[in-house]
Write a protein that binds this ligand. Structure first.
Ligand code: G4P
Length: 195
């Protein structure tokens, strides 16, 4: 997606060989015009799949996931990382280990919002090692619902998540795929392949 790649090039900050900071438009401040275009792009890629729900994890997945759900005309559910005061029983629960943060967290979704009749699209802001997506897949399977695909805003293709998910036969669509962040530079997969 051209607009997203331009935004990454103009505003993204390479913090290390593994981490790209994009807090000016995705992870802290959010650009609503770009989020709308991202929602349209994901809806275009998954429109034929008869999706009934979009699912993400709080917090940064919510922006792109909400715009996608709006375009598809279905509800968005976000998995919670912290226990809510009003949400304490009848939960799907999964554990997610973050290699980036080196911590395990429990994520939850109320059983009220997904069931076996649902065809679910997962949307997230980053794909690194795929642990967040695997946690969401686990909960969708607990509900006996179907995972129809995964839409990722920025995939770090040099980490394992994309391979792990695609090897499971899941359709993974990323709007920007980063081949490397070495030497303080963002290189997209298409450029790396062109060389
Ligand atoms: P994984 O789910 O693919 O295994 O990723 P990992 O555990 O490594 O990522 C943990 C958190 O760090 C996630 O956000 C993820 O979006 C974010 N993250 C991973 N790589 C990058 C990166 O290069 N840049 C930025 N900016 N974020 C990255 P989170 O903890 O769920 O945070 P948030 O959604 O509340 O912002």
């Amino acid at each position: 997606m051209r607009e997203l790649k331009e935004k990454i090039m103009s505003e993204g900050i390479v913090l290390s060989e593994h981490v790209l900071k994009v807090d000016s438009f995705l992870n802290h401040q959010m650009d609503p015009v770009l989020m709308k275009k991202i929602g349209e792009a994901f809806a275009e890629k998954f429109r034929d799949k008869k999706i009934t729900k979009v699912i993400t994890i709080e917090s940064s997945g919510i922006g792109p996931a909400l715009m996608t759900a709006y375009e598809l005309g279905v509800p968005l559910i976000f998995a919670r990382k912290r226990k809510s005061l009003t949400l304490n029983s009848d939960l799907y629960i999964s554990k997610v280990y973050s290699f980036t943060k080196q911590e395990e967290s429990e994520i939850t979704i109320s059983r009220k919002f997904i069931d076996c009749s649902d065809s679910v699209l997962i949307i997230d802001d980053f794909l690194a090692n795929g642990q967040a997506a695997l946690g969401l897949i686990d909960m969708i399977q607990q509900a006996k619902a179907q995972v129809v695909g995964i839409g990722i805003v920025i995939e770090k293709a040099f980490q394992d998540g994309g391979r792990i998910l695609r090897e499971r036969g899941i359709k993974v669509e990323s709007l920007a795929q980063i081949a490397s962040l070495s030497d303080g530079k963002v290189r997209f997969v298409e450029e790396a392949l062109a060389k």
